[in-house]
Design a protein around this ligand. Structure first.
Ligand SMILES: Nc1ncnc2c1ncn2[C@@H]1O[C@H](COP(=O)(O)OP(=O)(O)OP(=O)(O)O)[C@@H](O)[C@H]1O
Ligand SMILES: [Mg+2]
Length: 443
């Protein structure tokens, strides 16, 4: 467990830190409120021991900002002896507990152990959820693989909470579907559900799209217009493709999220809004934040809970169920023979479920009979060299090797060093094999 100790007195930090390290905890220290927040953003912290009285920012404020970044963070407030009202307020602000100064180390250890247990239990509960019947959900979808069951379990637990959920996954994996599901399962389901596709908004119009504008606010603003925040009042707002938000807009969005108020463009009055935010992206926001193309504070604000949707090639066992699902959706009587099915299961589907859906649409529209065989499949699938290709031992081994290289490279986003490491070979050998087995950049 990682513990952050926040105190302006070096001696106090030294004392607590030394004690906790001896107990086997890893400890990060901060000497004031600002430092605490910075540390909190850069380290995976499970528990914060927070001195209430500090020169730059008082403990209440630090606590509030920590909870804003991560409502699940645990905080024990350290208050002056006898400051009961401070302690009560602290608990209302979401601290787990408070301890009076001077800190009784045995008491502290007992509290930490309790919190540790709670953390383990939460992990366990998450791990052993029973199977979720996707047919009973308010959104129609297939989720039979263990990976998707896990996604559902997370979505089900996230839905009733007010927290922001960041939904990540490659294109076509079902991010919007999961967002709609979370809304439908939330206490806001009767409220509006509004989506803003950040990739489709011209840079100059973002502010107006988000917050609305007053009549005459800029050329072309003939009428007053409500932005998506106002439209989603008492409901849910999905910021889709959130990685495409320009940095200038990110700052304004962050302010709106922190204060729960917006200002229409050209308006004077701040309006308070009550909106639950979901965000979706197919980009690696964490990496973007590290590279400076996405604000780190906004990333943490959006990423309170994360749902990662695995690509279809990692849950191929769902392909038959998905085919049935889509045939049903299009009221098709088509039947796929074994060969066609098995060829479909070999294909890696870079466009994921959307690609599968389009392929099925094309296939059933163009097929001459309802009995679909290999010849009816689109060429990119029919001609895909699957893992179990024909041939003698050597050529089959080569094919298997080739697939392993492709998969390792894919899994590590084309980073050869990592792929080589995962395969247990050197980078030089990897490059040699790539050359020999015709594994190109497009893989
Ligand atoms: N598990 C599923 N079961 C049934 N249909 C699904 C499932 N997941 C996705 N789909 C369907 O696949 C299509 C793509 O899903 P969606 O639009 O949610 O993907 P996305 O991740 O938002 O994609 P993009 O990144 O391109 O916006 C939709 O038609 C959706 O209904
Ligand atoms: Mg989408």
């Amino acid at each position: 467990m990682n513990i952050l100790i926040v105190d302006d007195e070096p001696l106090q930090r030294h004392l607590l830190g030394g004690f906790l390290k001896k107990q086997g905890y890893s400890v990060v220290e901060a000497a004031n409120g600002n430092e605490a927040l910075t540390r909190f953003l850069h380290h995976p912290i499970d528990l914060v021991l927070l001195d209430h009285r500090m020169p730059d920012m008082n403990g209440d404020e630090v606590l509030a900002r920590i909870k804003q970044h991560n409502p699940l963070a645990r905080v024990i407030m350290i208050t002056a002896y006898g400051a009961v009202d401070t302690a009560v307020r602290t608990m209302q602000l979401g601290a787990e507990d408070f301890l009076e100064k001077p800190v009784d180390l045995e008491k502290l250890l007992a509290r930490i152990r309790t919190i540790e247990e709670q953390l383990y239990i939460a992990d366990d509960v998450a791990a052993v959820t029973e199977t979720i019947d996707a047919e009973a959900l308010p959104v129609r979808m297939i989720a039979v693989s263990p990976a998707m069951q896990q996604v559902l379990s997370l979505a089900l637990r996230a839905a009733p909470s007010p927290w922001t959920v960041l939904i990540q996954g490659e294109t076509g994996t079902g991010k919007e579907l999961i967002a709609r599901l979370i809304h439908q399962l939330s206490p806001r389901k009767e409220g509006p559900y509004v989506t803003l596709n950040c990739a489709a908004v011209p840079e100059g119009l973002f502010e107006s799209e988000l917050f609305g504008h007053e009549k005459g606010a800029f050329t072309g603003a003939a009428n007053r217009r409500r932005g998506v925040f106002e439209q989603a009042h008492q409901g849910t707002l999905l910021l889709d493709e959130v990685g495409e938000l320009p940095l200038t807009v990110q700052a304004k969005l962050l302010r709106a999220l922190q204060e729960n108020t917006i200002c229409r463009v050209g308006g004077e009055q701040p309006l308070s809004v009550d909106v639950r935010i979901l965000a979706a992206t197919n980009r690696d926001l964490k990496q973007m934040a590290a590279a400076g193309s996405f604000r780190e504070d906004l990333y943490f604000r959006l990423n309170v809970l994360t749902v990662d949707i695995p690509p279809l090639r990692r849950r191929k066992e769902e392909i038959p169920a998905l085919i049935r699902f889509f045939l049903d959706k299009y009221r098709s009587r088509a039947v796929f023979d074994d060969q066609a099915l098995s060829q479909l299961t070999k294909y890696p589907f870079p466009g994921n479920i959307r690609e599968l859906e389009h392929i099925l649409q094309r296939t059933i529209t163009l097929a001459r009979s309802p009995n679909i065989g290999l010849r009816d499949l689109p060429p990119e699938i029919r001609e895909y060299r699957g893992q179990e290709s024909e041939g003698d031992l050597n050529s089959r081994l080569a094919e298997m090797e080739r697939q392993m290289l492709i998969e390792a490279l894919e899994r590590h986003n084309g980073v050869q060093t990592r792929a080589a490491e995962a395969l247990g070979i050197s980078e030089r050998v990897l490059r040699y094999k790539m050359e020999r087995l015709d594994v190109g950049k497009k893989n």
